[in-house]
Design a protein around this ligand. Structure first.
Ligand code: ADP
Ligand code: ADP
Ligand code: ZN
Length: 208
């Protein structure tokens, strides 16, 4: 078995789809954004270094990210591969990844910039289980999250000002990776501007 990469701009729906694909593939989700936020909350050296970049909507240096991934891939649950969410985000990260583990599929979730601000500014998640919700597009049930431990969480960087710099960063540093993976013959482009279930269906077909 090998690993899968979920690729796309901030707010494309990578985390939303990862939770669903995890059930189908059994591969654990590895989100560098979640790992960095955990490091920031725990006040580790990595977290202290990363925080300023994250608040500004800039990329954390490649070396920091690659070290996180090298450690993560050694954990027991990663033996059959993982599902990367938000990694790699630069060509050097992708080159490093190719030395760390094999990638069989890159799923590019495409969403136009004009839809991204509304998606990000309405995003919240369940602090109990991590499921991602949206104020209008995917609200949590009135009774709270199914996990039974509902706590509303919003990200500090999910504001209109930071979204624009995250989008700029994406176009400048991350989007060239699509062509890079296309040349390797493993890129699958999916229209992410549709209902969540339809997108999941297409991703599962691409993974078959
Ligand atoms: P990413 O992990 O790529 O940043 P998320 O999965 O966190 O993206 O989704 C960003 C926001 O958009 C969330 O609030 C989520 O509920 C919402 N969302 C995800 N997929 C869709 C979709 N297909 N249509 C509308 N909103 C969506
Ligand atoms: P989103 O998908 O909504 O943009 P993430 O949770 O993936 O958000 O990332 C949040 C922030 O964490 C990014 O804006 C960036 O500062 C940092 N980050 C996450 N993953 C990486 C990565 N692979 N390389 C560099 N920085 C990263
Ligand atoms: Zn929950």
């Amino acid at each position: 078995m090998s690993s899968i990469v979920l690729f796309g701009p901030p707010g494309a729906g990578k985390g939303t789809q990862a939770a669903r694909i995890m059930e189908a593939t059994g591969l654990p989700q590895v989100s560098t954004g979640d790992m960095l936020r955990a490091a920031v909350n725990a006040n580790t050296l990595t977290g202290i270094e990363a925080k300023g970049y994250m608040d500004a909507g800039k990329l954390v240096p490649d070396e920091v990210i690659i070290n996180l991934i090298k450690d993560r891939i050694l954990e027991d649950d990663a033996v059959n591969g993982v599902m990367f969410d938000g990694f790699p985000r630069t060509i050097p990260q992708a080159e490093a990844l190719s030395q760390i583990t094999a990638v069989s599929h890159v799923i590019a979730i495409e969403v136009p910039d004009s839809k991204i601000v509304d998606r990000i500014c309405g995003r919240y998640s369940c602090g109990g289980c991590g499921l991602v919700y949206h104020d209008t597009f995917n609200p949590v049930a009135a009774s709270g999250c199914d996990c039974g431990n509902w706590q509303e969480k919003r990200r500090a960087d999910d504001n209109a000002a930071t979204v624009q710099s995250r989008l700029d960063t994406y176009h400048l540093q991350t989007s060239p990776l699509a062509q890079w993976y296309k040349e390797k013959g493993i890129l699958h482009s999916i229209d992410g501007d549709r209902a969540i279930d339809q997108i999941t269906g297409d991703i599962l077909v691409a993974l078959e």
